[in-house]
Ligand binder design. Sequence first.
Ligand code: FAD
Length: 479
Amino acid sequence: MTNTSNATNEKAGVHVEVVVIGGGPGGYTAAFRAADLGSKVLLIESAARLGGVCLNAGCIPSKALLHTAKVITEAAELPGVRFGKPVIDLDALRKWKDGIVSRLTKGLAGLAKARKVTVMQGLARFASAHMLEVETPDGLKRVSFERAIIAAGSSVARIPGFPYSDPRLIDSTGALAIEDIPGRLLVVGGGVIGLEMATVYHALGSRVTVVEMTGQLIPGADPDIVKPLAGKLARRYEAVLLNTRVAGLESLPEGVRATFAGDGAPPPQVFDRVLVAAGRRPNGALLDVEKAGITPTARGFIEVDRQMRTSAPHIFAIGDITGEPMLAHKATHQGKVAAETIAGHAVSFAARTIPSVAYTDPEIAWMGLTETEAKRQGIDCETATFPWAASGRALAIGAEDGGSKLILDKRSRRILGAGIVGAGAGELIAEAVLALEMDAEAGDLALAIHPHPTLSETLAFAAELAEGSITDLFVPRKS
Ligand code: FAD
């Protein structure tokens, strides 16, 4: 971006009713909803195109590559048919993935135009409670506003001391660029993003080692839901090292030498590339929110109430910058609440759950309370898990290691949470989300007729298990 600190570049100010800072899923949703509700909206985005992390370097490109990975893996494992070794055309793969992203970001630009939302490219920071300074490619612009929505998102967190100037060290954005297929890939972090990228690179031919500091992959989910994934990865990958951390990385001509510490620490090893996927941090540092009277938390997040208002009542914040979970569907819902509150609607962000999905193979999805969390809270709960080995559809698609689990309140029979492992878990979990939001009991799920043979039946079967009415399994009667 042009250096615009020169005062002679300063253009006359713009005044808007609603300014939105950040054009990711939170920001563009808020801007579009505010415009639909009658406000004059300015959307400021520092990048050249809308879409934020999710569209440009997150949800969408990763799912495109994961689709390719899935087809490769399924073809290799398909019983009764032998395909040849896949020939990977990286340029074509990249072009296809980039094409999807560009189609969607262009779509957003069209949606903004149709709603008369003005889009300004530039990096915004607060000058005061009602004024922004925006470094644009044409110089510094001042924007005064009545209401602001901060949707500045998050960036990759860096582990101090690693040799980041070495291009063989990559983050999720670098991994999505798929410049090459490394022979040996070290993935630092066994959370959702690290494992999704590991899935892609393993399918493309890399030998993968995953290092996770805690004792479990995908630490947020229940251990029994993660187990089938962990078992598969232990067989597929060179190593999955739990309770281990990367103590140091050293750039050598032949590769990056990693040293490990912790319970499972192996001797130092050399890798062709290292993907650091150790979390994300909020993008608040450049925003100068203090000048608007807002104090971020020690970690840089901006605190909000249920209307998404910050401590300055005319300034709202949504999405990753407001804290965990950092997920696109949280950002979009919060964006709508902020825009509707500005329009005078009596709304609040009162979602009872924000579902999480790891698009790994098998997929993992969970919502509501996990069993671990329910027990930690001292809730008198029971669980019912239907093993996919008893589902005809799961057997027919080679997904028999899956499982669908419900966590119920023992007395009220209400659904408190659900966890699913297996193909399409991310799609299946939506039914459990609706059940929780509608205060459904296990009996409601069991009595709703699910189409046969589908994986969706497995949630109903879990409910039947809980109700004692299941016929697809034999459960000896309790005396
Ligand atoms: P962002 O998408 O981060 O957008 C913020 C925007 O603000 C950015 O475009 C940034 O350029 C701009 N900005 C920042 N500061 C300023 C400023 N001062 N002035 C102007 N503009 C500014 N989530 C899911 O729900 N599902 C997934 O499958 C999923 N997969 C992911 C995969 C990867 C590899 C990654 C990294 C993330 C993934 N996420 C996923 C998370 C998801 O991308 C984020 O939760 C989501 O993008 C957050 O939206 P947001 O609007 O809060 O912020």
